[in-house]
Design a protein around this ligand. Structure first.
Ligand SMILES: NC(=O)C1=CN([C@@H]2O[C@H](COP(=O)(O)OP(=O)(O)OC[C@H]3O[C@@H](n4cnc5c(N)ncnc54)[C@H](OP(=O)(O)O)[C@@H]3O)[C@@H](O)[C@H]2O)[C@@H](O)CC1
Ligand SMILES: Nc1ncnc2c1ncn2[C@@H]1O[C@H](COP(=O)(O)OP(=O)(O)O)[C@@H](O)[C@H]1O
Ligand SMILES: [K+]
Length: 507
């Protein structure tokens, strides 16, 4: 699914009108009919539509008409200076008039206290309020009567469905412009709006559905911002089929550098996750004093310790992918080992945890390598790497991740709710995963999965996106029945869930 901004919406509108000669009123009607599908008309009978005087308001007037045509009770409020109504909204208003559908104008110039009371009373007698005050055209602070109307809606709401965006959000940045509708559902057109990705907006948008409104695919492609939400089909398309002639080396040989005394669990989890994700051969390199413990648990994996220099050199040279960092310790030795691995390998290297901690004052070394480097920081690690505060990164996650990826020519995976995966040019947001997964070991499991997926012949960037999706998808399935989901629970499920994503077998 594409992510878009107010600017992309404007560009699409212009392209449809100028290049394809599609009148705006036609797209508005498509938007109206798309929205109707999500207004739960089988459940409810009494609707209030609150429109502004821009095109978002025009959508609302069209929705009111379509609701009426389906036998619903509809009351319409129009807020704003009616003289400034846009041409398409005006057309829809004329139709309402002709159909004798009553409407009340809450004008910016009038004494409005009684009208606000009327709105409040009508909300109390209705089932659903449809919010069409502002859409992607909102740019400046909301004041005066607009703010009053939004407050009345928020204080008296039953169910609120916002059209395109909850009125009050800047669709591009996610900034709340003074006041904002708290929607139960947002029915958004063509794009998932970039502003919705900001954590602070989640309490305003409710459930988001995105509907197509008939914009031709080549226009969408032309004005694509290269930002997407990962879809299940994307993952299905990229998971490699197991051909009946396949040999274990076709499915990736990987080495994982992980663990130290007291942190053998991290090494075990990362390696086991890689094995279950389908890598043909997995070797864990760890300290000698934890090797036996892990060996006894890792039935299908091999282990090596740092004294076995020749073996390690061979592993580094022949691996299809390397995972590095979980539970290794934030110290000089880890930094030296990371540099050794990067200096001597050609394959993609996935770096997490202490592999990232040791980079914090040594970022410049990332630029030196021709490998595809993938880093998988959570917010804290990203803060240490970039020197930016956690709260700043939280508020600007997409831009921080993109900038860092571009600057260092690497893939950045910024973990958390709606994990970001970006190479600086193309960005995917992962929709799976949940807070039941927020516990130790989950990141180690993800490192193992990513390293394995990368080794299996899928393009590196796509492999990372798929691994993150499946990791979170398993967490979502398990969290329906489990309060806490641990890494071991995820690992158990990897083979059966991967099978679900790869139902077509190449014969
Ligand atoms: N391709 C698509 O996706 C399609 C999208 N469509 C729909 O169009 C919507 C975009 O419509 P839009 O461009 O007319 O802008 P919209 O959001 O109605 O806001 C503009 C109005 O708000 C006003 N205003 C702004 N800020 C204000 C403030 N702080 N305080 C007070 N007033 C303020 C502004 O007034 P002005 O700035 O002129 O004074 C103007 O009146 C989009 O979200 C979608 O719903 C479909 O119908 C067709 C295809
Ligand atoms: N609230 C959440 N929503 C979605 N995914 C989450 C959430 N909390 C944690 N996760 C996922 O769980 C994993 C935790 O990784 P990380 O923070 O590195 O944990 P650890 O270092 O403890 O193993 C990440 O993939 C992260 O995206
Ligand atoms: K709206």
């Amino acid at each position: 699914m594409r992510i878009g901004t107010s600017i992309s919406t404007k560009k699409l509108d212009d392209a449809c009108i100028n290049e394809y000669k599609i009148p705006l009123i036609l797209m508005m009607e498509n938007a109206v009919l798309s929205a109707i599908k999500h207004l739960d008309i089988n459940l409810y009978n009494n609707y209030i539509v609150v429109s502004g005087v821009g095109n978002n308001g025009g959508d609302g007037l069209g929705i009111a008409r379509q609701l009426k045509a389906r036998g619903k009770e509809v009351k319409v409020f129009i807020v704003g200076n009616i003289e400034k109504i846009t041409p398409c909204s005006k057309t829809n208003l004329e139709i309402l008039k002709a159909m004798n559908i009553p409407y009340i104008i809450i004008d910016t110039k009038d004494e409005n206290i009684n009208l606000l009371k009327k709105l409040e009373a009508d909300i109390k007698n209705s089932h659903v309020l449809v919010d069409c005050i502002f859409g992607t055209g909102l740019e400046r602070e909301i004041k005066g009567i607009f703010k009053d109307v939004i407050n009345v809606i928020n204080e008296n709401k039953n169910l609120v469905y916002s059209i395109d965006v909850p009125s009050g959000i800047n669709a591009t940045t996610g900034e709340i412009l003074g006041s904002c509708i708290k929607a139960d559902k947002t029915i958004s057109f063509e794009f998932y709006k970039r502003g919705f990705l900001k954590y602070e907006t989640k309490k305003y948008v409710g459930n988001v559905v995105v509907e197509h409104i008939g914009i031709p695919e080549d226009i969408l492609k032309k004005y694509d911002d290269n930002e997407y939400i990962t879809s299940m089909n994307f993952v299905k398309d990229n998971i490699k089929d197991k051909n009946k002639f396949s040999f274990k080396s076709d499915f990736g040989k990987i080495t994982i550098f992980a663990g130290s005394k007291g942190f053998s669990g991290a090494a075990f989890i990362a390696s086991e996750a890689a094995i279950k994700s389908g890598s043909g051969l997995v070797t864990l390199v760890c300290d000698e004093d934890i090797q036996d413990i892990i060996s006894s648990k890792l039935s299908e994996g091999m282990t090596a310790n740092y004294k076995e220099e020749d073996r390690i050199n061979k592993l580094i040279k022949t691996s299809n992918a390397i995972g590095f960092g979980c539970g290794m310790g934030d110290n000089e030795t880890t930094l030296e080992r990371l540099q050794y691995v990067l200096n001597n390998s050609d394959c993609p290297v996935v770096i997490d945890a202490d592999g990232l901690n040791v980079l914090k004052n040594n970022i410049s070394i990332l630029k030196k390598y021709k490998n595809r480097i993938i880093i998988t920081p959570h917010l804290g690690e990203m803060s240490r790497l970039t020197g930016k505060s956690i709260s700043y990164i939280k508020g600007n996650r997409l831009d921080v991740a993109k900038e860092f990826a571009k600057e260092n020519n690497i893939i950045v995976l910024l973990k958390g709710y709606e994990t970001i995966i970006t190479d600086g040019k193309v960005t995917y947001i992962n929709p799976t995963g949940n807070s039941a997964m927020a516990n130790g070991g989950m990141g180690d499991c993800l490192l193992g999965m990513i390293t394995s997926f990368v080794s299996q012949g899928i393009e590196v960037f796509e492999a990372v996106i798929c691994a993150v999706y499946i990791h979170g998808y398993i967490g979502d399935i398990l969290s329906k029945k489990m309060y806490t989901v641990n890494a071991t629970h995820i690992i158990e499920k990897i083979p059966s869930i991967m099978k679900k994503f790869n139902i077509e077998i190449n014969l």
